[in-house]
Design a protein around this ligand. Sequence first.
Ligand code: HEM
Ligand code: PLO
Length: 474
Amino acid sequence: PDSPHHQGAMPCLPHLPLLGSLPWLSPHLPPHLLFTQLSHRYGPLYSLYMGPHYTVVINDQHHAREVLLKRGREFAGRPYMVTTDLLTRGGKDIAFSDFSPLWKSHRRLVHSSFTLFGEGTHKLQDIDSLCEELQASGGGPVDPGPAVSRAVTNVVCTLVFSSTYRRDDPELAQVMEYNDGIVETITRGGLVDIYPCLKVFPSEALSKLKECISVRDQLLTRKLEEHKASMREGDTRDLLDALIQAQAPRGQRSAQQEGAGLTDDHILMTAAETFGAGVETTSTTLLWILAYLIHHPQVQERVQKELDEVVGRGRGVCLSDRAHLPYLDSVINEGLRIRPVSPVLIPHTALCDSSIGGHSISCGTRVLINMWAIHHDPQHWDQPDLFKPERFLDDQGRRVTPPCFLPFGAGPRVCVGESLARMELILFLSSLLQRMSFQLPEGAPPPDLQGRVGVVLQPLPYKVLVIPREMCQT
Ligand code: HEM
Ligand code: PLO
């Protein structure tokens, strides 16, 4: 068991040997709401025992910044968990891998490849086919989920493999299916992740996870082989090429070289993770925003008015328009605030003895950052439960970013896909709203705004009516 040596008195939940604080944690509430509720009793910074693991929970901006930024390097570790260990072949990925020099150079390589190839992923065809697919509903109610997921998958596909799937490709359906299975079963805080010894018992969730992982591995191994076969020297087409080339020819690998130590497993895990992270996060955010637009038609109209004024209807939206679309940006930010994809960030761990808010923290302590609580903190947000994009604009209509807004995390573990994600959100959302409006079908219930929690907070499926807007022919 991890033992704490804090001197100051950080409030701590009651706990028993072995069970830890679990008997005091309501299993009916999702973790982000449970932790927020506990912060009303224990204050914004408290600790508890997840089974044997001493865990600090942070519910305010001030301590979150201390852990992520001020002492970011000391808290850049990740705990061992059975499910993520299976998912990543023992931490050969970026998100769930513990801190190590290899992880650091791997992360740097992937980050720069995203920057290099990110721009190229926005061929308008993905956006065009998304619009066409939604409009093909012919005015009847349609669930925007599958079309959005497909479009976003193709963006990541271009980035990783420089290829795209056609709408009816059976492989695309397979990718979407295994992703769903993983999202469902890799829930953080599941019992095996608290008591690794439970993994010896048969469990439905664990076998489903293994099944999905094996489908994923077969599919990606085949893609990787195809890629290697078609590679030409001097031509770096995409993320996979960049990673394979960074490996350097066998025999010439030196320890100093960027990419030294990267195995084929690392490459496979990176491709898998880019797929997973790239698809689930962006599509989930888009679907939350659409759901809120259905609830707030006046917000949709205002975005469309801004688009009409800045872009018009004679051409597609491009990235350089972003500077002139502050309201669109504020709608995206408000979506990311009110429904953060990752309401409790991936757990961090202390890599050495350190401190939080003056309390000593011993090496190995787990730290959970409750971004939900920070994004809904009534001390910093006026009516935090309301969808109000204007909070991201000043009275002149210029952008403002409040310090309590950290949807991508911060510091050494900040999201590596942030700029890619922002680019996608802006281009997809603006193109959709330029060409069509979304309405609630007559008699249908408005989209549920509670959502369901897995590893990401997703909206439940809902239906919309798609009303085409008149476009000018050029
Ligand atoms: C990590 C949010 C899109 C790849 C994270 C973290 C958050 C986050 C909160 C964890 C930070 C922490 O643990 O401290 C988001 C949101 C997105 C988004 C809100 C979109 C709306 C993407 C995309 C990609 C991506 C498109 C890749 C294509 C990653 C990776 C990590 C990460 C690899 C792990 C970083 C690390 O542990 O070092 N993201 N993300 N994300 N994200 Fe994103
Ligand atoms: C999504 C399902 C995939 O099959 C595997 C996968 C990989 C990376 C994960 C992602 C899933 C969910 C969202 C995560 C991302 C890494 C960073 C991102 C957790 C499980 C966030 C929002 O933190």
